[in-house]
Design a protein around this ligand. Structure first.
Ligand SMILES: *Cc1c(COP(=O)(O)O)cnc(C)c1O
Length: 389
């Protein structure tokens, strides 16, 4: 078997593609190139590390049809957040039984459309959402999302999704009473979660809810472990195997030998390291003669792909043709006329002193949350181009 290369953001195939694009003179404007072989390796790593867990790929991370096709063929299930995402997955030929409508915030008419398309698994985090589902998707399975504090995550999720564990029982009881199937509990430990032990507290809460409801005659079957599995950016991250082991230990600890059915919803961990962005240096300047930081402006920024640099949360590895030369502190910024379009300033980015205007840079680990976070045409800059190879 070929070595797993979760760490290798740049692959020979991507390098060849970019070389051909440059040789053909088509390298005008930034682009993201995604290598499907890396996605295939990532899927297998998840399946190996969590052998009894079903994978629901979080479509929002990268909904490119080639990615969805590949994952559908590999047997993956899909976590979707809208009717359009549901349709994108169904277009691969994937049967609707392999989909969940995992957004806790849904219009009733969208729930009805999902139901008409065959979807029977829905996320909720309050009774009002349960009522909508009971009205237009009768008999469906629902799981209740509980809040997680997001400690240890580089892209923590807010209190926007989930209810306190004490409320989940009430929500699921109501579901059962309204003719739905109270199916399980879900949570998300925060995206780019670098600590494999962060699933433990949520699993403790989940098992308590299982017990409480069992006493009332409602038997839950499933725990949805969410996403959060990291991509390697600049700092090392534990291998997916370490996550599998930590999660399994926590399942044993809290559920004993009555381990429930489990699912995971990787987004970033499935596609992040499969993509590389090639961008260009548009300008290098200083703000004063004795300024000790250079400003480096790229043709990509917060509005055409690098939204996750918000608050400098995600720090991407950047490669240049000048690597190995002496480094200096740079402020890195995007090309638009919006002053928030600065990527790294509080914590400057060290780039080679010899970097030139017009040089290409490679931004690694950009297969997730880039193309879909790109504005349609802010300031006249086109959306990030995407090539799947
Ligand atoms: C976005 C999302 C995910 C994917 O999270 P990653 O951290 O990218 O793995 C999983 N589940 C739900 C419900 C999501 O909204």
């Amino acid at each position: 078997m070929r070595a797993l290369r979760r760490d290798a953001a740049m692959t020979d195939r991507i390098q060849d593609f970019l070389r051909q694009r440059r040789d053909a003179g088509r390298d005008d404007g930034p682009c993201m190139v995604l290598d499907l072989e890396v996605v295939r390796d990532n899927y297998r790593s998840f399946a190996t590390a969590l052998p009894d867990t079903r994978v629901f790929y979080a479509v929002k991370a990268n909904p490119a049809p080639e990615v969805l096709d590949l994952l559908a063929r590999l047997g993956s299930c899909f976590d979707t957040a809208s009717v359009v995402e549901i349709e994108q997955v169904l277009a691969t030929g994937c049967p609707p039984e392999r989909l969940s409508f995992g957004n806790t915030i849904k219009k009733e008419r969208d729930i009805a459309r999902a139901y008409a398309l065959g979807v029977r698994l829905f996320a909720v985090d309050c009774e009002a959402e349960v009522e909508k589902i009971a009205r237009v998707a009768p008999g469906s399975k629902v799981f209740c999302r509980i809040l997680c504090d997001g400690d240890g995550a580089e892209w923590p999720l807010s209190r926007k999704f989930g209810c306190v564990p004490e409320m989940a029982g009430t929500v699921l009881e109501r579901a059962q009473r309204l003719g739905l199937q109270a199916y399980g509990i879900s949570f998300h430990v925060g995206s780019q979660q670098r600590n494999p032990r962060m699933w433990d507290a949520a699993l403790a809460s989940a098992s308590a809810i299982f017990r409480d409801l069992a006493e009332k005659g409602i038997h839950l079957s499933m725990v949805n472990l969410g996403g959060g599995f990291p991509t390697k950016y600049l700092k090392d991250v534990p291998a997916v195997k370490a996550y599998g082991q930590a999660i399994f230990r926590s399942l044993r600890k809290h559920f004993g030998n009555r381990i429930p059915e489990t699912i995971i919803e990787p987004g970033r961990g499935m596609v992040g390291n499969a993509g590389v962005i090639e961008a260009e240096v548009v300008l290098i300047s200083k703000k004063s003669a004795d300024d000790n930081v250079k400003w480096v402006y790229l043709d990509i920024g917060k509005f055409n792909g690098l939204a996750e640099t918000m608050d400098e949360m995600i720090r991407y590895p950047i490669r240049t043709d000048f690597d190995g030369d002496e480094l200096e502190a740079c402020v890195l910024a995007g090309p638009t006329c919006d002053s928030v379009d600065v990527l790294y300033e509080k914590d400057p980015y060290f780039l080679p002193v010899s970097l030139e205007i017009g040089a290409k840079v490679l931004i690694e680990g950009t297969g997730a949350y880039t193309t879909t976070y790109s504005a349609v045409g802010f300031n006249g800059f086109p959306p990030l181009q995407s090539f799947v190879i």
